[in-house]
Each structure stands twice: as C-alpha cells, then as structure tokens.
Design a protein around this ligand. Structure first.
Ligand code: GDP
Ligand code: MG
Length: 439
C-alpha cells in the first residue's frame, strides 16, 4: 500500500495519547467547518488553540480511537463555548417579571414578543404584551393582532405617549390584570444610535427588567456580533434571542455572539409562526454547527459492528502468524456490514485519500463479492493453510466459483500482501479493538 495510505492511517493509530500529529488533519476540518458556519475568525482561532491545548497529551478514552477522542473534545468545548447548559429565563421573586425585548429593526422583536407570550402561556404563565414601539404605528397594530390570536392582553397608549411612560403604566396594568409576566416590545433602528440607546436606558431605569433580551437575526451573521457588543456595552443585556434559524443561516453567529459578549443565547426563533420559539440547547447547536450528526452516527455504527472479542483474537492470530483466509473473509464481512466503503471513508475527515486509493486499487463492492465467492469454493483446509493451494487446486477452485484461475491467483497474492501489510502496521489491531476501522 502507498505511503499516503499509511500516513493517513497514522492519524488513527492509537498509542494511548493524542499527539500534535493526530490533531493536525482533524483540526483543519474543524476550523473549516467553523469558518464555513460563519463563526468569527478570532473565535475560531481561540477555539482551535484551546482544543489543541487540551487534546495534546490527553489520554484516549476507553473504547475510543484518537479520531473519536478529538471529536469528543471538540464537541465538549463547543458546547462550553455556547454556554454549557441551557440558560433559563430569570423570574422575579415578586411578580410581575419584566422582559424587555431590544434590537435593530427587522430583527424579529415584535414577532418574538408574540411567540414569547405564547411560550409562557403554555407554561401556565399570564403574560401582558406592551406596545413600546411608538415610531411605527403599524408596530402597535402588529402586536395587537398577535395578542388577539393568542388571547393575550396587549397594553398600548397609542403613539403619542413616550415609551417610558407606557412601560410604567403597563406595570400598573399588569397588577390590575394579575399578569405575572410583562413583555415589552421596543422600537428598533436600522443602525445603533445614541437616541435609541438613551430611550432604552430610560425604559430600563423606569421598570428594572429581570431580562433585557437582545433579539438578533441569525442571517446577519457577523453583524449580529457587532450589534450584540454595542447593546451590551451601551445598555447591558442579560441574554439573546436568535431568530430566523429556520432559514439557511449557518448558526455561526450564535456561537460567536456568546464567545464575544459572554451573554448566553436563551431562546431561538425557528419560523414565522407563533409556536416557532424554542429554548436554546448548546449541545444540539454544537452538533448542528459541526455538522457532526453524520460522523457521530458513523462512530456508533462502527462501534456496534466491530466485535471487540474478534478484533482481539485477530491481533493474537497476527502475532502468531496464524492469519488465514477464513479470517480474511471474516474481516471483509465486517467491513461490508458497515455499508459502502467509499461512503464511510468519505464521512471521515482526512480519509478521503484512502477512499480514492481503494478505488484505484479496485477494491470495490463487487470485488468483495468475487473474493467471497472464491474463498467459499475452498475447502476448510485450504482456507487455513493457503500455501497448500497448488495448480490443480487453483483450477478446481476457479471452476467451482465460475472464475478464472488468474482471479484465484490474484486473490492469493492479495492475501499474502495483506498479511504482510497488517503485520507491518503494528498497533493496527489495537486500533481495531478500540472500535476503529478495520481493513
Ligand atoms: P422587528 O422590527 O424587530 O419588530 O421585527 P418583526 O417582528 O416585525 O419581524 C420582521 C420579519 O421577520 C417578519 O416578517 C417576521 O415574520 C420575520 N421573522 C421573525 N422571526 C422569525 C423567525 O424566527 N423565522 C423566520 N423565518 N422569520 C422570522
Ligand atoms: Mg417591531
């Protein structure tokens, strides 16, 4: 086998601890995935450095190969970066709890106010919606329509009264209606400006919200990070609601925002409908950003298919030079159980090269079937002692499976080469016993 293949496999060879070399190729994949997901460049840089620092020298966990170990660390660090555990909404010790929604125009504040009311109502809360955007008359009507749909009261004083006064009066209204949560919708601007911040600070000073939640649009990517930084600096925010994650937004903004501001994402919007609001789960978002669903599934698949006892037995056989055609067949069947070899290798970062190599070497699915047919036409003795297969035996085997003598010759040659190769690759069986890929 080529040097390239061996080099690629080195990446997967378990020697107890992860090395810089183990990390190189997988970390390149991770970096690419994050940048493609539109994560802030500096955040990616810090993240990769952190994973490397933790991973180098770390003992490889039971039942894992180096590659899986790296995935595990990346996943854990990503979850940590996204806030670790789910961040719940703060509730006032004495009702009502005041939630103030802030953000730029079009971010989804008014819609989110309605969704949040719906969300709280389903949790048996009694919300009051407050129309605090007095600059766009349509905004008041928009909120009133939502309130009607949800059967949630909407407080408005029209557009002639200041938002600060509206907020104050809304508190009295909440008491009289026995509402336990007040959701204040506020005005946005196209860009952050001092006038907007001043107004928001005044509302904050008047009603002391438990939660000032910044609503950002996931589609704006990196801009969301800048916006979050400014709002946090100028006003102070308690968390974020990221909307429009149902579109083709890649979620990177969510990750950067937490890393840059230190404020958690509490809820996410996944559509225009009123039920499209969900608590934010860092672990789920981590998988989404890394697109790791496939890889994790694969890891599970390999682990469940590879028979640990068999792998250990194989290692012993190899050491004692007792590797037979029967085991060869056995190995191939294990590989086949995993599905298409090419697909599988393609799923693993850094393994694309091997996939290509196998294609060149003509080890395709049909080849597997041919090899199997040939081995099946052999007697038990022939399988265990391939060296006894002489010319007449070769003819008989070929006739038995309907193939040419050359095919039988080729298989026997391949087998001898595999045997040599496997012996050369020390630790290969050890790797297999850790749930790794078998050749
Ligand atoms: P505001 O200016 O911040 O109050 O933004 P709006 O609440 O008026 O929302 C602006 C647009 O974004 C509206 O067309 C909403 O329907 C849409 N929108 C809000 N949240 C979501 C979401 O989570 N997903 C999708 N697809 N659209 C959303
Ligand atoms: Mg609005």
């Amino acid at each position: 086998l080529s040097e390239r293949l061996q080099n690629a496999l080195k990446m997967f060879r378990g020697n107890g601890k992860l090395t810089e070399e183990d990390l190189k190729a997988p970390m390149r994949e991770v970096r690419m995935a994050l940048l493609e997901a539109d994560v802030n460049f500096k955040v990616v840089k810090d993240f990769v450095a952190k994973v490397k620092e933790r991973a180098v020298g770390e003992a490889i966990g039971e039942g894992l190969n180096p590659h899986q170990q790296i995935i595990k660390i990346v996943n854990e660090e990503l979850i940590e970066l996204l806030g670790g555990t789910q961040s719940k909404l703060t509730v006032a010790p004495k009702p009502p709890t005041v939630i103030m929604l802030v953000g730029l125009q079009g971010a989804g504040k008014t819609t989110t106010a309605g969704k949040l009311a719906n969300y709280l109502k389903r949790k048996h809360k009694k919300p009051l919606l407050v129309a605090g955007d007095v600059y766009r008359p349509a905004a008041i009507t928009q909120l009133q329509v939502l309130g009607e749909q949800l059967n949630v009261p909407v407080f408005t004083l029209g557009d002639k009264v200041s938002p600060v006064e509206i907020a104050q009066k809304a508190m009295e209204k909440a008491h009289s209606l026995a509402c336990d949560t007040v959701i204040i919708d506020t005005a946005g601007r196209l860009h952050i400006n001092e006038e907007l911040m001043e107004e928001l600070r005044n509302i904050k000073g008047a009603v002391h919200p438990q939660e000032i939640l910044l609503v950002v649009d996931a589609m704006t990517g990196q801009d969301a990070v800048t916006v979050a930084e400014s709002f946090d600096k100028e006003l102070g925010i308690d968390g974020l609601i990221v909307t429009k994650l149902d579109g083709d937004a890649r979620g990177g903004a969510v990750l950067s925002v937490k890393a840059v501001t230190g404020k958690p994402v509490k809820l996410i919007g996944l559509g225009e409908k009123l039920d499209a609001l969900e608590p934010f789960h860092p672990d789920r978002m981590a998988s989404r950003i890394l697109g790791m669903g496939d890889i994790l599934t694969l890891v599970e698949k390999i682990q469940s298919t590879t028979d640990l006892a068999k792998a250990l037995e194989m290692e012993k056989k190899l050491r004692k030079d007792e590797f037979t055609l029967e085991q060869f067949l056995d190995q191939m069947q294990q590989v086949k159980k995993l599905g298409s070899l090419e697909t599988i290798l393609g799923l693993i970062p850094g393994m694309g090269g091997i996939s290509q190599k196998l294609k060149e070497a003509n080890v395709d699915e049909k080849e597997f079937d041919r090899i199997e047919a040939i081995i099946r036409s052999m007697t038990k003795k022939e399988r265990q002692k391939p060296e006894i297969i002489n010319g007449s035996r070769r003819k008989r085997i070929a006739a038995g499976c309907g193939m040419r003598v050359q095919d039988v010759n080729k298989l026997l040659k391949n087998f001898e080469e595999s045997k040599k190769m496997m012996k050369r690759m020390q630790g290969m069986a050890k790797f297999a016993s850790k749930g790794g890929f078998k050749l």
